[in-house]
Structures are given as C-alpha cells and as structure tokens.
Ligand binder design. Structure first.
Ligand SMILES: C[S@@+](CC[C@H](N)C(=O)[O-])C[C@H]1O[C@@H](n2cnc3c(N)ncnc32)[C@H](O)[C@@H]1O
Length: 336
C-alpha cells in the first residue's frame, strides 16, 4: 500500500481495514477520531450541502448502502484491535446508518462513554419537515486501561461565565454547538470536520505525543489538528485523488501550530482574593455599583460584573458594599 511519512506521521493511500491489519500493531493507538463514509446516495452526498461543485474534491469513495452493515463491522473490529486498553474512539455519524454503527460497536468489547449530539449550522433546507442540523458522535472506550480525560484542559472547574454558570460543566455537556467552517474558494473534502470540534475531542482525550488515528482521512482534518496539537498522527484514505491533494497540504503543517491558540484554563479563584482593599477600590466599588443599578442591572448581575472587574469573589463584594453602607438592591441616592 502506498504511504507518505511526514515528520514521523504516516498516512496510507488504501482501504483502512486491510491497511490497519497490515500496518498497525494491536493496542498501539491512544485515540481514534473518525468520520466514515455515510452510505447514503452514493456520490451525490454533497448535493445535500448546497456547495459550489468546483471546490468539492472529487474522488470521495462511498460505500453502497447494502454493504454498510458488514463494512461497519469490519472496520470497527480493526479499530477495537488497534486501540490500547483505555484508549478512546469518537465516531461521527449521520442518522441514516447510525444503527449499523451502534450494532457493530455492540459486537466488540468497546464501551459507550457518551452519545454526543453535534449541532451544526447550514442544515439541509426543508419546507415540509424539520431541518436536519445534527450529527451523532459516538464516544467509546476500550476497557482494560486508564482512559485519558483531561477534565480541566479547557476550563478550570471553578471558572464561571457571565451568568455565574460553570464554564467547565457547560463545555462538557453532551450537546455541542459548533459551526461548520466555510472556506470560500478552497478545495475541500465533502464533509470536512471543523477544527474546533477536533480540538475539543483531542484536548480532552489525549496528551501530547499520543498517537491519534483516523481510519477515513478525507480532508486530513483530524491529522492536521492532531499534529497542530503536538500529537502523532496516522491514518488511511482510499481515494488516490483526495490523498494526493491533501497530503500536499499536510506537508506545510507545522507541529504544534495550534497550541498558541488554546485558551489557558483559569483556576476560578478571583485574582485579588485576600488582598487588602484600598480606598480607591472602595470608591470604585460604590460608584460602579450604584451606576450599574441605576442603569437597570439587577443586584446579582451588578455584583457579578464587579467581581470580574475587581477580581474579587461575590461574598467579598457583598461584604464590602455593606461596610460602605450600600444596601443590597439600593438605587442611586439610597446608599447612605
Ligand atoms: C466522511 S469522509 C471523511 C471526512 C474527514 N473526516 C474530513 O474532515 O475531511 C470519508 C472518507 O473516507 C474515504 N473512504 C471510503 N472508504 C474507505 C476505506 N475503505 N478506507 C479508507 N478510506 C475510505 C472516502 O473517500 C472519504 O474521503
């Protein structure tokens, strides 16, 4: 099978089932992220997405719907074999053939962790039914080892949003609102997965230097993001046309190029917690609080705003307001 090696990452132009069997040892992969062909409408799949034909890469290889069940069983068995005990797999699937994938997963030792719904924009327009705008992401693990789940890789557990809700909790809910990428004028595989979606899965479920495999490379988006996050990448693409075009793009991908774009998770601790209040802090507190209340903010929101602005916790703000003689819920002029 033809292959290309780029900075130690290896990509094969061929069928992932025979390719994995020949080239990937048992238990050697830390994470699989993959988006198999959908088995719907053959090569007309892209018409669903209302795209400019000239920019959709030809040569995308579909699987006939009648073969989809057997095909799913075969590649998922290979995925099971190559994953290390404790390794994770994310499979992106539409709903039409989802039952085949769920059935195949049940035939393996792989265990469900989450069934995620990815809600995307640009759903297929309909006029006599609801608009379809989601995919399923099946997140499974291989039992027998410790699964990587980097709980605070994106948000500290104490970090709060503007509504005082936990950012970490929200990021880990199993419905993900992530937009597709629109890249006008660029050649792309039908159905390229957005970087943001891939970054999220890779951050939570792997560490630097881990091996990330994509059985169906398509636009090589999984490989590109994995390399961008300093992971090692491996994978298969059966179409020679897609493979040649995308491998050329991958040669320009700098390892770690995405690391500087990642958010640094906070501790959730207010930065000025425990620090003595100055006279200037107290004056700012009172004037900002009365100003916010006068402009119509609720007491709760005003306190949250001041907490962020002054780097103090909610209780510290409330206590100091009381000490300054400002009654909770007070309007301007009421505070003395
Ligand atoms: C849905 S696309 C993957 C899209 C990819 N995740 C991306 O973001 O660009 C599925 C890809 O699998 C390829 N494919 C189909 N059968 C295959 C097989 N048996 N082995 C490897 N690749 C295959 C198709 O040619 C297609 O490019």
């Amino acid at each position: 099978m033809r292959f290309e090696e780029i900075n130690g990452n290896v990509f094969y132009n061929g069928d992932c089932i025979t390719g994995a069997r020949t080239h990937i040892p048992d238990g050697s992969v830390d994470l699989i992220i993959t988006d198999p062909p959908y088995g719907i409408n053959g090569d007309r799949l892209h018409h669903h997405y209302n795209r400019d034909e000239r920019f959709v890469v030809g040569g995308y290889v579909e699987v006939p719907a009648s073969d989809y069940g057997e095909f799913s069983l075969r590649w998922i068995r290979e995925a099971e074999r190559i994953l290390r005990p404790g390794g994770s797999i994310y499979i992106v699937s539409g709903y039409t053939n989802l039952y085949h994938i769920l059935y195949a997963l049940r035939e393996t030792c792989l265990r469900e962790v989450n069934h995620i719904i990815w809600r995307y924009n640009f759903g297929v327009y309909t006029s006599r039914k609801y608009v379809s705008s989601h995919y399923h992401i099946l997140f499974y693990e291989k039992p027998g080892g410790e699964r990587t789940f980097n709980l605070e890789s994106r948000y500290g557990v104490g970090e709060k949003g503007p509504d005082n809700g936990s950012l970490n909790y929200r990021d880990r809910e199993d419905v993900w609102y992530i937009n597709r990428e629109y890249k006008p004028g660029q050649a792309k595989n039908k159905n390229e997965l957005p970087t943001e979606l891939l970054v999220k899965m890779i951050q939570y479920s792997s560490n630097e230097d881990d091996l990330v495999c994509d059985m169906f490379l398509g636009g090589f988006s999984t490989a590109k993001v994995a390399i961008g996050l300093n992971r090692r990448a491996i994978g298969f693409e059966v179409s020679g046309e897609v493979f040649d075009l995308k491998i050329a793009e991958l040669r320009d991908t700098r390892p770690g190029y995405l690391l500087s774009t990642l958010r640094t998770p906070g501790t959730g601790e207010p930065v000025n917690q425990g620090r003595p209040w100055t006279d200037a802090d107290r004056t700012t507190l009172v004037s900002r609080f009365t100003g916010l209340i006068a402009s119509g903010e609720t007491k709760k929101d005003a306190i949250a705003t001041l907490g962020r602005e002054l780097g103090r916790g909610r209780w510290a703000i409330e206590k100091m307001l009381k000490q300054q003689g400002v009654r909770p819920g007070a309007r301007r002029g009421d505070e003395t």
